[in-house]
Ligand binder design. Structure first.
Ligand code: DGT
Ligand code: CA
Ligand code: CA
Length: 570
């Protein structure tokens, strides 16, 4: 049982209780527990398994919560949560994904209009039944309809960062079976898309009985949905579904190529095969009845006169032409990264001190970090004004002087205000080692205003980079309205860098925009936006997004040493 799963169960429980009208105190206890557990650097399961330890040794976890944690770790579930799930339909919880719809409003829709799923919500909004409810209005009704259109695209999809650890755990245990020869994930997960619809796993095995039985009994699996000789479909406890396919060894490469997709990429590959008088399918590449390739992916691509193409690029966005011209990029890897330039501490909304963040970064072999707490506009996080920021920077200098092996830079994440001014005066920004400018508020402003704000930041000589440039939250909130290529051109003209924020719900810039930034030779920085020592773990997901954008080590500025990096600063 991973910390993220335990944490999710407490969050789910809090959502359900809030819809049910439970008191705020109880809710807060569960939400705090969820956050504490997801930020915990060691597996909660280890604490539970250790007879000399108990979860209530952690501050913030009392006896009652500790008992619940033990139940979750030992049984994979929580009776109280199951009771609430009986009481409140899953479709009501789905409503929480819509912007502007919190548990209180969801409860009203459920109790007053008996709405139990998104389809019924849509019908009620279209029929104008919602705006007259207490606490709702025309604006809420319209934003529900807009949110529904977006939710339709994202419903049932989960963040890669949630899906991948589950897929890895299953692959690791199946790989250990004596009968399993080869194993790999396929599908969107292998292409490292930011969200995943379902998991696809391929194996070659002497006999499909052992792996299929093992999968059915795996601790992450809730139910077997279908089972045949070569294919099994299961549902995980998290709700995610997975296809396991058992293929012959001589077809493994062809099946891997086929089931990795994308469909668009495969259509072009199939056409290339036809042009060469070949037929290609999940079993192999054929000339007439004769199989000429299929054992490895390399063989399959070679049969259509191409080098092997990294899965992250298989989206039919020019990768086949590049492969043909031997111009495929050498994609960046996690180990190329030397610094992380976006993170928070207890000075604002982080949970760790400067020294703790530095120690955690050092343990991850980073050579430099920038501490970039919030500016004052972000009142919710206790954002810093000029005085507090200067005091914070003094503190950073002290910790830096006392710490060896890592450079700790004095940074700031400065808000670009709604009126297109910056949240801190120029003379303060001028003293920083590193200034990230970001949009947090007023994301729904018209494009012209958003552009004015971004251009103010880009033209300010002290701003080094635009952080999470569009402000999107995947599946939840669209980014601000902007013409990204115009913004990128301005950034290129003024020597401003662009961030790939590695947080799994942001991944902003996205793959296509990051590719456009690369084309304009804009240095890209992949940062974690860590709010806790465990926050560094998401770096990998920023790297995946960068790989999907075709970025190489040289395209990403924080692969350089700090001395080299400094030369890139305007
Ligand atoms: P997902 O699961 O929605 O995140 O996206 P994928 O890409 O994993 O799609 P999935 O799971 O439906 O199928 C896995 C791969 O199998 C897909 O990328 C391409 C291949 N595939 C599946 N069905 C078809 C099909 O009907 N035609 C073709 N050409 N390929 C298919
Ligand atoms: Ca899939
Ligand atoms: Ca599938």
């Amino acid at each position: 049982m991973q910390n993220s799963e335990i944490s999710r169960l407490f969050d789910d429980l809090a959502d359900l209780l809030e819809i049910d009208g439970a008191n705020a105190f109880r809710l807060r206890a569960y939400r705090n527990a969820a956050r504490l557990i997801s930020d915990l650097p060691e597996p909660m399961a280890d604490i539970v398994a250790d007879s000399e330890r108990s979860p209530d040794e952690l501050s913030g976890i009392g006896k009652d919560l500790a008992k619940k944690i033990v139940t979750i770790v030992e049984t994979g579930s929580l009776p109280q949560l199951e009771e609430m799930q009986e009481k409140i339909p899953a479709g009501v919880v789905d409503m929480l994904r819509l912007p502007g719809l919190g548990p209180k409003k969801a409860a009203v829709l459920f109790h007053d209009l008996s709405i139990t799923n998104l389809d019924e919500l849509k019908a009620a909004a279209e029929q104008g039944q919602i705006h007259s409810l207490k606490g709702f209005g025309k604006k809420t009704e319209t934003s529900i309809l807009e949110g529904l259109a977006r939710a339709q695209e994202s419903i049932g999809r989960v963040f890669l960062a949630d899906a991948k650890p589950q897929a890895d755990a299953i692959v690791d245990s199946l790989a250990k079976l004596p009968s399993v020869k080869q194993i790999s994930t396929a599908g969107s997960l292998r292409r490292r898309r930011e969200t995943v619809g379902d998991l696809d796993v391929l194996i070659t095995a002497d006999d499909s009985t052992e792996p299929m039985n093992a999968l059915a009994e795996h601790e992450l699996i809730e139910q077997v949905l279908a089972r045949g000789d070569t294919k099994q479909r299961v549902r995980l406890r998290s709700g995610l579904e997975m296809d396991l396919r058992v293929v012959p060894e001589e077809s493994y490469g062809a099946a891997l190529q086929y089931f990795t997709g994308s469909k668009d990429h495969n259509i072009v590959i199939r056409r290339r095969a036809q042009d060469r008088g070949l037929k290609i399918n999940e079993y192999g590449v054929y000339r007439g009845d004769e199989s000429i390739a299929g054992r490895t992916e390399e063989d399959v691509y070679a049969a259509v006169d191409l080098p092997w193409i990294p899965p992250e690029l298989r989206e039919d966005r020019g990768e086949i032409e590049r492969a043909e011209n031997n111009a495929l990029p050498t994609l960046i890897e996690l180990s190329d990264i030397r610094g992380d330039l976006h993170m928070h501490t207890t000075a604002t909304d982080g949970t760790a001190t400067i020294a703790e963040m530095a120690a955690a970064a050092k343990a991850r072999k980073l050579k430099y970090i920038a501490i970039t707490d919030h500016s004052k506009r972000v009142t919710m996080a206790g954002g810093l004004d000029a005085d507090r920021l200067r005091a914070h920077w003094k503190e950073i200098e002290k910790v830096n002087a006392a710490t060896s092996g890592i450079e700790i830079l004095r940074g700031i994440e400065c808000d670009i205000l709604e009126d297109a001014t910056l949240d801190l005066p120029d003379d303060v920004l001028a003293e920083a080692d590193w200034v990230i400018a970001v949009l947090h508020y007023g994301l729904k402003q018209p494009q012209a205003q958003i552009h004015e704000r971004l251009l103010t930041a880009i033209k300010n000589p002290h701003v080094n980079i635009i952080g999470h440039p569009t402000g999107r939250l995947i599946g939840k909130r669209p980014g601000a309205e902007m013409n990204i290529s115009e913004i990128l051109k301005a950034a290129a003209d003024h020597g401003v860098m662009m961030e790939i924020n590695a947080h799994p719900s942001r991944l902003d810039l996205n793959d296509t925009s990051a590719a456009a930034a690369k084309d304009l030779k804009i240095p890209i920085v992949i940062s974690t936006d860590a709010h806790a020592v465990t926050g560094f773990d998401v770096l990998q997901y920023g790297i995946y997004q960068a790989r999907r954008a075709g970025l190489e080590k040289k395209d990403v500025a924080n692969t350089r040493t700090w001395a080299q990096f400094k030369k890139l600063l305007r």
